[in-house]
Design a protein around this ligand. Structure first.
Ligand code: FES
Length: 118
């Protein structure tokens, strides 16, 4: 079953050069789960697809639809509005009407916590 919950920024930590934002704990993001974190005006979708954690922009590059409601199949996510498909790992757009890739973010797991590099 697909479910998601919105979440606001919980913590920002500096680890060397990277600025990491805590999204959630690993236990809060089981396979198939997704959350949205808002970081300084950027809406970031963090999801667990087949055991791998991805972080991408939650806003479609076509007409600002929220990707949190998108369909995830075969390492891609499909926009719920006009059905452009994007790769989860690179954000590459695979079919129109969108022409620009989704922004992707590096995910870091530390001590059972999920961080997104911004
Ligand atoms: S809003 Fe996503 S493809 Fe149009």
């Amino acid at each position: 079953m697909l479910s998601f919950r919105p979440q606001i920024l919980e913590a920002v930590k500096d680890f060397g050069m990277a600025r990491l934002v805590r999204a959630c704990s690993l236990s809060e993001l089981p396979e198939g789960e997704r959350i949205v974190v808002d970081v300084e005006g950027e809406s970031i979708l963090v999801l667990n697809h087949e055991g791998r954690i991805y972080a991408i922009s939650n806003i479609c590059t076509h007409e600002d639809a929220e990707m949190v409601s998108g369909i995830v199949i075969d390492d891609t996510i499909t926009c719920p509005v006009h059905l452009s498909r994007f790769r989860l790992d690179s954000g590459e757009v695979l079919n129109p009407p969108a022409t620009k890739p989704l922004k992707t973010y590096k995910v870091v797991i530390r001590e059972e916590e999920v961080f997104v590099e911004v």
